[in-house]
Design a protein around this ligand. Structure first.
Ligand SMILES: CC(C)(COP(=O)(O)OP(=O)(O)OC[C@H]1O[C@@H](n2cnc3c(N)ncnc32)[C@H](O)[C@@H]1OP(=O)(O)O)[C@@H](O)C(=O)NCCC(=O)NCCS
Length: 152
């Protein structure tokens, strides 16, 4: 269905979104997932997934992981398809994860980001995430990683 406002929306992911999520994840090679792991994220009780939808197409997704006994949620993955970027889908996906985390009584969300990922770092800085750790050569290609956290 064509969205008359052309702003799209964010909704909970359904198991039937697996293929679309995998396609999106393949756009972001440093964070590659298998169909098996996508399916697991769509059904596991400790995983929460959302998708961004524009004109009936899935154009973004976010996976939030929680752990029994931990009051810190982890954004495992967030990606928006290049043509849909800049419409605040990233922001809306992260906000959905934050609302769910607060509802579950979590105290904070953490995540890792490549130090050279300008767009993601700007997104998280805008939303109030703070850098709590630098991880030297954290990624396979030798790039540094940053651990970010936002407490509620
Ligand atoms: C990071 C990513 C998810 C952002 O998605 P998006 O929907 O385009 O981002 P939004 O439109 O919600 O942007 C929100 C804010 O982030 C910042 N931002 C987003 N993209 C930016 C860019 N390319 N350069 C600078 N700032 C940027 C801006 O502050 C923006 O707010 P503004 O538009 O009011 O200025 C997207 O670029 C992406 O999928 N990148 C590849 C995957 C990735 O890097 N994931 C993160 C791994 S931790």
């Amino acid at each position: 269905m064509i969205d008359p406002t052309h702003q799209g929306h964010v909704r909970r992911a359904h198991p039937s979104d697996g293929g679309a999520i995998l396609t999106l994840e393949e756009l972001f090679p440093s964070d590659r997932m298998s169909m098996r792991s996508v399916r697991r994220f769509l059904t596991a009780p400790n995983a929460h997934s959302w998708v961004a939808e524009l004109d009936g197409a899935v154009v973004g997704n976010l996976i939030l992981l929680t752990r029994k006994g931990s009051r810190i949620g982890r954004i495992y993955s967030v990606v928006v398809a290049p043509p849909a970027r800049g419409r605040h889908f990233g922001e809306r996906l992260v906000s959905a994860a934050e609302s769910q985390s607060a509802k579950q009584g979590l105290q904070a969300i953490s995540l890792e980001v490549r130090a050279d990922n300008v767009a993601a770092r700007a997104l998280y800085a805008k939303l109030g995430y703070q850098e709590i750790k630098t991880m030297k050569a954290y990624y396979e290609d030798g790039s540094d990683g940053l651990r970010l956290r936002k407490s509620f």
